[in-house]
Structure formats: C-alpha cells, structure tokens
Design a protein around this ligand. Sequence first.
Ligand code: SAM
Ligand code: FES
Length: 352
Amino acid sequence: MDGRERELIDRLEKERGLDEDAYAELVAGRDEEATDFLAQKARKIADAVYGDAIYTRGLIEISSICKNNCLYCGIRRDNNLAERYRLTKEQILSCADEGYDLGFRTFVLQGGEDPFFSDEILCDIIDDIKKSHPDCAVTLSMGERSFESYRALHDAGADRYLLRHETADAEHYAMLHPADMSFEKRMQCLRDLREIGYQVGCGFMVGSPGQTFQTLAKDLAFIRDFKPEMCGIGPFIPHHNTPFKDEKQGTLELTLFLLSVIRLTHPQVLLPATTALGTIHPQGREKGILAGANVVMPNLSPVEVRKKYELYDNKICTGEESAQCRGCLDNRMRAIGYRLVVDRGDAKYGTI
Ligand code: SAM
Ligand code: FES
C-alpha cells in the first residue's frame, strides 16, 4: 500500500465517501495490504453499529420461471434446459412456518419475473405470512413492477424490496441486458420503492462482463448518494447455458475489498455475505463478514426445488435441509466470533 492509497482510505473513512474518480483510483490501486487495512476499519465500524450480531434472512425461492433474458442469469427465458417450478401458496407458507420455528424473523420471497405472481396472488401470500407471523419482516425480490404494483404489495404488508441495480453505468447495463430492459426503468423502480416507503436494497455483481474501475466507481457513488437500507453484492459466476458461459468469474479478493468500501461509505447498511461468495470459496461468507458484512441469507426453499433455482453454476446449499443450513451458518459465525440472532434485523441508525 503506497501513501496515496492510504490517503484515499483515510479520506473515505473520514468523509464517508469519495468522489467518483477517487473511488476508481482506490479500487485500481489496491493490494493485499490495503485490502486487509480496509477490512479492519470496515469490521470496526460494523462492530460499532451491530456488535457481534449477524442478521439472518430466510430465502424462499418461489419461482424459477422468468420472462426476462438477462445475459448472465441461469433462469433467463431462453435457457431451455432450465428446470422450471413455481411454489404453491401452501408451500411458501409452510417454508415460512418452518423458518419461524428455526429462528428466522425475516422472509425473503425471491423469484424470476413470473407473470403468474400477480398483485392479487402475492398480496394474499404476504397478508397470510404477516397474519401468522406479525413479528416478522417480509422482503420481496421479484424484479421490476409498476408503481401501483409496488404500492399494493407494500399495502399488503411487504416491508422491504431487493432490486439490484446491477450497474450504475447505462452502457454497461446495456451489455448485461437485452434491448427490452432499460437502465432508466431499473433506476426508476428503485426510486419508486423508496417513495412508497419500502426499505430498499440495491446491489451489483462483482466482475460482471464489461465491468471496469470506472463503472465500479459509479456503483459506489450511487450507493453513497442513494443510501440504500440494504446492498447485495456477490461475485458474478458464469452459468453454463447463458451467453456469458465463457466469461471469467468475479474474484473473492475484489468482492471483499468492495464490501469494505461499502461499509465505510455507509456504516449502517445491511450488507449480506452472499451465497455466491460462499460458492467461489469455502470460507467466502466468513471472509465476507470479516470484511464488513453483517447479514447471511440461508436457504429456506423446499429441498426438492433448490437445484432448479440455478442462477449460476455450482451454487452451494442445494442439498441441505433448512435446519442444517441455519445450523451450518451458526457454527460458521461462531467460529469467527459472531453469532446469528433471532431478530427482524432492521438497520440501526443513530448508534454511531
Ligand atoms: N428477478 C429478480 C430480480 O431480477 O431482481 C430476483 C431474482 S435475480 C435472479 C437475483 C439476482 O441474482 C440478480 O439481481 C443478479 O444480480 C444475481 N445473479 C443472476 N445471475 C447471476 C450470476 N450468474 N452470478 C451471480 N449472480 C447472479
Ligand atoms: Fe447452507 Fe452451510 S449455509 S449448508
């Protein structure tokens, strides 16, 4: 780490952000020493806000059917080898009940953009989950919808919405998506969600094809300004039946560095150590926590469908029972001095 890199890290810490060029310089100039130095600072801030508590979200993958054709994604419409399924309302509710007994207080309903899940159907499911478990948060991750749809789902009780922006650079966005998807629409959705009153999550893949230090700097500046309640980042991992099958996977090292930068930029952000991070390295999630993350998202989906929700190759936790998955993560967190808590896991403002 040279003097300039150190100066940028100190400025990032003091001012809770850098300008775009400085972010690009910081990321481009990193080495192992800078990565460790930054991780220590990030972990100290996460400890000051969240202590040794790690929040959990029970992820229920409700549909592998998708009308979109994102170039990176294994459940894209044109992947005719993908196995498609859709959970019934009863299956979703029983995943939530099981999750509740295991100690989850947030359920994330995630899926492809499956037209079957109309507002009426989703509202009914959200309403039932909230009635059975009023002390729980419901998070949705169902892609782009209209303002009215987002509002109806919020009125039905949904608390949070995850919609990764994927990249804050319009040209880069167009390299990752077909022409019928637009960067402006994606960003508008995030603004709509915020206006309606959701706790909002954005995020991006690390190492996606076409990503540069400049596009990453735009992502970081976007996070600095938008201040999402949640931010999901994980490595891009190629899927063998997508147009990006021969592209390089994102690295553990850059993902960890960016987790730390995000924690320093936005101390209170809810930042998961993602399944994708656990997929590219056996201790990926532990390393993610040690770099500043404070959330894990074990899988609550029925075991028989897990392999079918294949966004990328070699995804972990597809053979485990939900209880095993939570137990496994509990052990992993204890081994590094942290603990899973039974808590809705809202962002904590005002502590530092
Ligand atoms: N359909 C919803 C949406 O688009 O937000 C939710 C499901 S989508 C599959 C969830 C996230 O998975 C995407 O936002 C993307 O960042 C991530 N993802 C998809 N394909 C991936 C890949 N090959 N490697 C890593 N992450 C991937
Ligand atoms: Fe799923 Fe370890 S977290 S088995």
